[in-house]
Design a binder for this molecule. Structure first.
Ligand code: KG4
Ligand code: ZN
Length: 335
C-alpha cells in the first residue's frame, strides 16, 4: 500500500508548529517556534501577541519542515490543521495557512481537534489498541476520554472549572514563578514534603469529573493568610503538597475509569502528561491492570506540537474527514 505523507499545522496557543508525518506514526520533520518568552512578562498568553508571532513564523516553519524532510509539496498526501479549540486569532493563522497551501497544491484539507492530536501522539510510541482510555491533561483541558474504536471519542469525565495545567500555572503565579509553571512546580514537588493539608476536590464523588479551582483557591488563601499573619510558607513544601493533591485526584479517577471500562490501551496526553510525579503514579497504577498497555506520550511530544496533529490528521484522513475551503477556526471545538 501507498504511504501517506501529511503536513500538519498547529497554532492554537503559544507554539507555532509545522510537521510532516508518515503513515500517522513516523515524524519526518517537526519545526516549532515557541513564544513563551514574549508572554512571560504578562504572566500568561496575550492573544494578539500570539497571533502576530504565528503570522511571522508559519510560512518559515512550513518551508523548513519540507526542507528538513527533503520533500516538496508534490510528495504530500494531505494538509492537516488544528481547527480548535484554542485562541481564535491564533487558530486562524494555522487554518488560513493550511487552506492556502492545500488549495494552491490541490491537496485534501483535514481539520483536526487539538485534543485528538494530543491523544494520537501515543501512536509515536506504539499503535493504540482499542478500546482505549486517555487521560487528557493540559493547560485548557482535563478529560477522561473513552475510545471504543479508532476515531470514536467519548468524554466520560471532564473538569467542572479549571484545567489541571491551569491550576499549576495559577498556583505558580501566586508563588511568584514564571509562566508556565507546571514544570517548575513538578521539580520543586520532588524536593519538599507534603506538610500542608489541601483539599482533594470531587475525590469521593461517584463520577469521573474533576474540579481544580477549589484546590487553587486553597493554596492562594494559605499564602495570603500566612502573609497577613507574617508567617512564612515553605514554597517547596507547598509545591509538594499541591502536587500530591492534584495527583491523588487524577490517579483515583483514572483507577475508577479503568475499573469501569476494560480497555486495552491507556494513554496519558497533554502538557501535564510531562509531569514526572504523574507518570510515576500512573506506572504504579497500571501495574494493577496487567491487560492494559500503558502508552504515555513522550515528554517531548506532550506539549503542543504539530507532529501530534499529523498523527490525528492521518486517522481523520483515513476516516474520510475533509475540510472545505470555507473551513473556519472554532475556538470552542470539542469531541
Ligand atoms: O498541552 P499544552 O502544551 O497546552 C495546552 O493545550 O494547554 O499544556 C500546557 C500546560 C501548562 O499549563 C503547563 O504548566 C503544563 O502544561 N505543564 C505541566 C508540566 N509541564 C507542562 N504541568 C505539570 N507538570 C509538568 N511537568
Ligand atoms: Zn494542547
Amino acid at each position: 500500500t501507498e504511504n501517506r505523507i501529511i503536513m500538519a499545522f498547529e497554532s492554537s496557543a503559544d507554539e507555532t508548529s509545522v510537521a510532516i508525518v508518515k503513515n500517522g506514526h513516523e515524524i519526518l520533520s517537526l519545526e516549532t517556534a515557541t513564544q513563551i518568552k514574549s508572554h512571560q512578562r504578562f504572566g500568561g498568553i496575550v492573544p494578539e501577541v500570539a497571533s502576530r508571532h504565528h503570522i511571522e513564523q508559519v510560512t518559515i516553519l512550513a518551508d523548513a519542515a519540507l526542507e528538513d524532510a527533503q520533500l516538496t509539496y508534490a510528495d504530500l498526501t494531505a494538509i492537516a490543521v488544528t481547527q480548535g479549540p484554542g485562541l481564535v486569532g491564533a487558530l486562524l493563522i494555522g487554518v488560513t495557512a493550511a487552506k492556502t497551501i492545500a488549495w494552491a497544491h490541490n491537496l485534501p484539507l483535514v481539520p483536526v481537534i487539538h485534543l485528538a492530536g494530543h491523544i494520537s501522539a501515543a501512536n509515536f510510541v506504539k499503535p493504540i489498541v482499542y478500546p482505549a482510555l486517555a487521560l487528557m491533561v493540559s493547560g485548557g483541558h482535563t478529560e477522561l476520554v473513552l475510545m471504543k474504536a479508532e476515531y470514536d471519542y467519548l468524554v466520560i469525565g471532564d473538569t467542572q472549572d479549571d484545567a489541571a495545567g491551569e491550576s499549576y500555572d495559577k498556583v505558580g503565579r501566586t508563588m511568584g514563578l514564571k509562566y508556565p509553571s507546571g514544570k517548575t512546580i513538578d521539580t520543586m514537588a520532588h524536593q519538599g514534603q507534603d506538610v500542608y493539608h489541601l483539599p482533594r476536590p470531587m475525590l469521593s464523588e461517584d463520577n469521573f469529573n474533576f474540579s481544580f479551582s477549589g484546590l487553587k483557591s486553597a493554596v492562594i488563601n494559605l499564602l495570603h493568610n500566612a502573609d497577613q499573619r507574617g508567617e512564612v510558607i515553605d514554597h517547596t513544601n507547598l509545591a509538594t503538597s499541591f502536587q500530591a493533591a492534584v495527583l491523588e485526584v487524577l490517579l483515583t479517577k483514572t483507577r475508577h475509569a479503568l475499573n469501569a471500562y476494560p480497555v486495552k490501551s491507556f494513554i496519558v496526553a497533554g502538557g501535564v502528561a510531562a509531569n514526572h510525579g504523574l507518570r510515576d503514579g500512573l506506572t504504579t497504577l497500571l501495574a494493577d491492570f496487567k491487560t492494559v498497555t500503558y502508552l504515555p506520550v513522550p515528554i517531548e511530544l506532550a506539549g503542543d506540537n504539530a507532529a501530534m496533529i499529523g498523527a490525528a490528521g492521518d486517522i481523520a484522513y483515513r476516516h474520510g474527514t475533509r475540510g472545505t475551503w470555507d473551513l473556519n477556526a472554532d475556538p470552542t471545538l470539542e469531541f
